[in-house]
Write a protein that binds this ligand. Structure first.
Ligand code: MSP
Length: 676
C-alpha cells in the first residue's frame, strides 16, 4: 500500500481579497503535494477559507452586506484565483459549511466530555484583528502581535484548561521536526515555559460563529472553529469518517510565522484534550514584503496573483517566490526582480535549453532522440555525474523545504549543460556528414536531452505547466505519470519521437513591469471596488483611537494610511526637506470615468496649474472642492493613472478603513506657500 501524505494551508480570512502573500503559502503546499504524488504517496491537499468571528462580522457590516453574503463573495474569489493558478488541492473547506459546523461541535463536545471545558468570566483585552486574547492589561493596551488597539471584553465564557497541557506540550516540542524552523520552535518553547493560562473558547457578545452545543447564546471562539478545519474537512464528527481515518494526522500544517502560537500551542492542546492524534509537523514560513513592509490588506500594499498570471503566467510567480525567498525567512517582492528572474532563469535558462536541444534533435535527427555513441568523452560523463548528484541533492532540498537551494542546484545542472553545448558546438558537427561527427553529435544531443529530462522531472512540482509542455515536447507523454522515486540517468528512451517544439517561456519585454504596475495601480485606485477594510477597532470602543496619520491619499487607497499609522519609518530632516509640500487651490474637479475612487483635479500652485489625480472620490463630491485650498506633494515624479497624467499628490489623512480627509486650515495661507 502506498504511503499517505496530508498537507494543509491555513484557511484564509475572508475580510481581505486574495493576494500573493496568500498565494505564497498555497503554492508552497501545492509544490510539496505535487512532489509527494510523483513520489507515489497517496496525497491529500487541503485549503479553504476562515469565515466566522468578529473581524468578518464587522468587515461585512462596513461593506453593507450580511456576513454570509460577504463571506460567499470573498471565498469564491479565493477559489477562483486558486483555480486560475492551477493549484492541485483536493478539497476547499469553508467554515460556514454544514459539514464544518457539525465537526466543530463534535470536537467541542468531545473536549467537554473529557473534562477540559468549564464556565467562567473573562475580563480582559481582545485584539479583533488577530482574534486573539491579549495578556496586556487595561483599556487602551495595544496588541503585542500587531500593535493595534485592543478592546476590553467582559463576558461569561467557556474556558479551555490550556494550563493542564504545559508539560505535555513541552515534551511534544522535543520531537525532532515537529516545529520548523528551529527559531520558531524556540519562540514557542519560551512562550509555553512562561506559563499557560486557561483560554476562553466562546464569545457571547456577537453571533457570527458556530453555536456552542447545548448553549447557543455562545459562539465558539473563532480560532477553535478555524483550527478544527483540518479534521472537519476529513469528515471528523460526520457519518463518514473514512478520510479522517485514512489521512489524519496531518503530515504538514504549513503556516505563516504570525500564527505559530495558535498552531503549535492551542491546536495540539485541543487535540490532546479530545484524545486525538497530533499533526506530525508544523512548518512556518516568513513574510512576503512589498514596499518594505508585510504585504497585507490593512497596509494597502498588496499585489494580486491575477496580474502576474496575466502577464507572465502562474509558473513565473511560483518560480520567483520559491527561488527568490529563502523559505522560513522574510523576502521582498518586486516587479523588477520578478521580470529579471523570469528572463534570466526561465526564458534564457530552462526555456532556452529546451528549445535549443529539441530544435537541434528535430533538425539533425528528424525529431527522434538519437543513440549516443559508446565512445563517450569525459565531458559527457561529467554531465551524467552532475545529473546524478542533482537528483539526490535537489530532492533532499525540496524534502527539507529548502526550495530556493533546490532550484539553485537544478539550475546549476542547466548551466553545466549550457556550457557543455557551447564547448562542443553541436551546430558545427551538424554541418558534417561523416560517421564520426554524426556519432559525436548524437552523443551530445542525447546527453543534453537526458539532462533536460532530469531537470524537467525534478522541477515539475515547482513549474507544473511549463514542465508538462517540455515533457510532451520530449515525447514522454503525461508528466503526472512520472515516478520520481525511480528517476535515474539514462532513462530517456532512444528513438523517442519528439512532440512539436515550441517556446515555453517567451521573453518578457520592457513593458512587462509597467503593465503589471499599471494593473495593480488601477486596482488600487478603484477601477474595481476593493473589499472593505475592517473598521478600526478604536472607532467602536472607548479605547483611545490611533492618531490619524497624515499621509498622501491621492494615489493610494484610503486604507493605505494605516501604513503610516502602524509602522512609521524614521527619516532625517534632510529626507523631509526633499519633499516639496505646497499649498494649492483647486480650480477644476471632476470624476474619472470607470474609477470609483478617483478625481481629476486642476490645482493652481501660484506659478502653474497642475493636473493631479486623487483617490478621494468616495469622500468628496467634486463640486465641493472647487476653490478649496489643499496641500500638494509638488515634486513627485509624474505618473499615469487610467491614461491620465498625475503631476503631484494631494495630502489627506485617514484612520484605518476610514475615508480620507484633506489636510486643511489653509484659507489664510497664500497659494504657492511651501510647508516646512
Ligand atoms: N484565518 C487565519 C488562519 C486560520 S488557520 C486555522 C489567518 N488568515 S490570514 O488570511 O490572515 O492569513 C493566513 C496566511 O496567509 C498566513 O499564515 C500566511 O500563510 C499567508 N499570508 C498572508 N499574508 C502574507 C504575507 N504578506 N506573506 C506571507 N504569507 C502571508 O491568519
Amino acid at each position: 500500500m502506498s504511503q499517505k501524505f496530508y498537507i494543509t494551508t491555513p484557511i484564509y480570512y475572508v475580510n481581505a481579497r486574495p493576494h500573493i502573500g496568500h498565494a505564497y503559502t498555497t503554492l508552497a503546499c501545492d509544490t510539496i503535494a505535487r512532489r509527494q504524488r510523483l513520489l507515489g504517496a497517496d496525497t491529500y491537499f487541503l485549503t479553504g477559507t476562515d469565515e466566522h468571528g468578529q473581524k468578518i462580522e464587522r468587515a461585512a457590516e462596513a461593506a453593507g452586506k450580511t456576513p454570509q453574503q460577504f463571506a460567499d463573495e470573498v471565498s469564491n474569489e479565493f477559489r477562483a484565483v486558486w483555480e486560475r493558478m492551477g493549484l492541485s488541492y483536493d478539497d476547499f473547506i469553508r467554515t460556514t459549511s454544514e459539514r464544518h459546523k457539525q465537526g466543530v461541535q463534535a470536537l467541542f463536545r468531545q473536549i467537554r466530555d473529557n473534562g477540559f471545558i468549564y464556565k467562567g468570566t473573562y475580563t480582559g483585552q481582545y485584539c479583533v484583528s488577530d482574534e486573539l486574547y491579549v495578556d496586556a492589561v487595561g483599556p487602551g493596551a495595544t496588541c503585542p502581535d500587531c500593535g493595534r488597539p485592543t478592546e476590553t471584553v467582559h463576558e461569561e465564557n467557556y474556558f479551555f484548561k490550556l494550563s493542564a497541557f504545559q508539560d505535555k506540550l513541552l515534551e511534544l516540542y522535543e520531537q525532532p521536526g515537529f516545529i520548523r524552523p528551529d527559531t520558531r520552535r524556540n519562540e514557542v518553547m519560551a512562550f509555553v515555559r512562561g506559563g499557560l493560562r486557561d483560554l476562553s473558547i466562546s464569545r457571547s457578545t456577537f453571533s457570527w460563529g458556530i453555536p456552542v452545543p447545548d448553549d447557543p447564546k455562545h459562539v465558539i471562539y473563532v480560532w477553535l472553529d478555524a483550527l478544527a478545519n483540518y479534521i472537519t474537512a476529513l469528515g471528523y464528527g460526520s457519518a463518514d469518517t473514512s478520510k479522517f481515518e485514512k489521512y489524519w494526522p496531518a503530515d504538514v500544517h504549513m503556516i505563516g510565522k504570525e500564527i505559530v502560537r495558535f498552531h503549535c500551542v492551542y491546536w495540539p492542546a485541543f487535540l490532546m484534550a479530545a484524545g486525538l492524534p497530533l499533526p506530525k509537523s508544523i512548518v512556518a514560513h516568513g513574510w512576503l514584503l512589498f514596499e518594505e513592509s508585510k504585504m497585507s490588506k490593512t497596509r494597502g500594499n498588496i499585489v494580486r496573483s491575477e496580474t502576474i498570471l496575466e502577464v507572465l503566467g502562474a509558473d513565473a510567480l511560483r518560480y520567483f517566490l520559491l527561488r527568490e525567498v529563502v523559505f522560513g525567512q522574510d523576502g521582498t517582492f518586486s516587479f523588477d526582480a520578478l521580470v529579471q528572474r523570469y528572463n534570466s532563469d526561465l526564458a534564457n535558462g530552462l526555456g532556452n535549453l529546451a528549445s535549443r536541444t529539441l530544435t537541434m534533435i528535430t533538425r539533425y535527427f528528424k525529431g527522434e532522440v538519437p543513440y549516443p555513441s559508446p565512445a563517450r568523452a569525459a565531458a559527457d560523463d561529467a554531465i551524467a555525474e552532475t545529473a546524478r548528484q542533482t537528483i539526490a541533492e535537489a530532492g533532499a532540498c525540496f524534502d527539507q523545504y529548502h526550495f530556493s537551494r533546490g532550484l539553485e542546484v537544478a539550475w546549476a545542472l542547466l548551466a553545466a549543460v549550457d556550457k557543455y553545448i557551447v564547448e562542443n558546438e553541436p551546430w558545427a558537427l551538424g554541418e558534417k556528414q561523416d560517421h564520426e561527427s554524426r556519432a559525436r553529435l548524437a552523443t551530445i544531443l542525447y546527453t543534453s536531452a537526458e539532462a533536460l529530462r532530469i531537470v524537467t522531472a525534478l522541477v515539475h512540482p515547482v513549474l507544473p505547466q511549463a514542465t508538462a509542455k517540455i515533457w510532451q515536447q520530449l515525447g514522454l507523454g503525461r508528466i503526472e505519470e512520472l515516478n520520481l522515486a525511480a528517476l535515474e540517468w539514462g532513462q530517456l528512451p532512444l528513438g523517442t519521437k519528439l512532440g512539436k517544439v515550441e517556446a515555453v517561456f517567451p521573453r518578457a519585454d520592457k513593458t512587462a513591469v509597467q503593465r503589471m504596475q499599471a494593473m495593480e495601480e488601477e486596482q488600487r485606485t478603484g477601477a474595481v471596488p476593493e473589499a472593505q477594510a475592517v473598521p478600526d477597532a478604536a472607532a467602536k470602543t472607548e479605547v483611545a483611537p490611533v492618531p490619524a496619520a497624515v499621509v498622501p491619499a491621492a494615489l493610494i487607497p484610503a486604507t493605505a494610511a494605516a501604513v503610516a499609522a502602524s509602522a512609521p519609518a524614521k527619516i532625517t530632516i534632510d529626507d523631509f526637506a526633499k519633499i516639496e509640500l505646497r499649498v494649492g487651490q483647486v480650480k477644476v474637479a471632476e470624476r474619472v470615468k470607470g474609477a470609483d475612487k478617483l478625481l481629476r483635479l486642476e490645482v493652481d500652485l501660484g506659478t502653474e496649474v497642475r493636473q493631479v489625480l486623487a483617490g478621494i472620490a468616495e469622500a468628496y463630491d467634486p463640486e465641493t472642492l472647487v476653490g478649496r485650498k489643499v496641500v500638494i506633494v509638488a515634486n513627485l515624479a509624474p505618473r499615469k493613472l487610467r491614461g491620465l497624467e498625475s503631476n503631484g499628490m494631494i495630502v489627506a489623512a485617514s484612520l484605518e478603513g476610514g475615508k480620507p480627509v484633506l489636510a486643511g486650515f489653509l484659507e489664510d495661507v497664500p497659494v504657492g506657500a511651501r510647508l516646512k
